[in-house]
Each structure stands twice: as C-alpha cells, then as structure tokens.
Ligand binder design. Structure first.
Ligand SMILES: [Zn+2]
Length: 159
C-alpha cells in the first residue's frame, strides 16, 4: 500500500456529478511537492483527482464525484469536454525526461483497482492527455503511455 494524502483544491466543478467513464493520465512536469504547491496556490485553474509521486505516494486534490480541471479542450470516445467524464491522474515529473518509476506504475494500479469493477472500465476507457488533445499536449511520452497501458492490461485484462 502506498501512502495517501489529501490536499483539497478549490479548482473543481461540483455539478453535474462526474460521469467516471474512464481516466486520463498526465504528467505534471513539476516534481511532486512543486505540483501540489502549484495546484493549491497558483492562479492557474488546474487540478487533478490524484497526483502520484516517484515513490508512489498519492495526493488527492478533488474527490471522484467532482469534476477536476485537467484536460482542457479535448475529445475522447466521440465527445468533447473530457473533464466531465474522465477522472484525471497525473504522474509527478516529466515522462519525456525520466521514465515512470516502478512505484508510480504500482501506485496507479492500486488507485485503479477499487474503481475498475465499480465503474465497469476496460483498457479502452483509459487514455492520456496527448491522445485526447493531439498537437496541444504531449503527456505522456508515448513509450511511457505504452508501459502504463501494458501494466493495466496485465492487471485487469484486456476487456
Ligand atoms: Zn496533461
């Protein structure tokens, strides 16, 4: 079990309730503590549901039933406004500069596990920011997204 902390952000939309059709993964570019500082104290209207440190520690900013502000202009599953239906999970750091750690992958799986059956997810419900905002966003690095999706498919099956 990885450590979890809760640092509530005011950057969320409470209604309508989050649809939780899947997850969009990000990297935050900044390190873990700097990302927390940025989300809690900058004027940028950004948040994730969860941030995962290189040691696997998870920080929750927004609870699942609320809409976090992580995707911006985006499209997935034939719809726009992905924040309304995709939970946002970010890995601290920059996956173009350093690969996801084993702890980050394990912590992401641990975060997904209780939600996977509850929401009826399959690997096709998982995506990353680069995929849903092509040309505008570059997270995750393609090789790291492939590693994550492999780990997800190995744990939960290919649906
Ligand atoms: Zn992103």
């Amino acid at each position: 079990m990885f450590a979890e902390i809760y640092r509530p952000s005011i950057n969320f939309t409470a209604a309508p309730a989050h649809e939780r059709l899947g997850v969009c993964f990000h990297h935050s570019t900044l390190e873990f503590d700097a990302t927390i500082e940025h989300i809690l104290h900058s004027d940028h209207p950004v948040s994730y549901h969860c941030l995962i440190a290189t040691d696997g520690t998870r920080c929750t900013f927004v609870t699942d039933e609320h809409v976090a502000w992580h995707a911006g202009a985006s499209a997935f599953l034939g719809r726009t406004r992905c924040n309304d239906f995709l939970l946002g999970v970010a890995f601290a750091g920059n996956t173009h500069l350093a690969p996801l750690t084993t702890a980050q992958l394990g912590s992401a799986i641990e975060w997904l596990a209780p939600r996977w059956t509850r929401h009826g997810w399959t690997p096709a419900c998982m995506t990353d920011h680069r995929t849903i905002a092509p040309g505008r966003k570059d997270d995750l690095a393609p090789a790291e997204w492939a590693r994550l999706l492999m780990a997800i498919s190995e744990k939960f099956g290919r649906g």
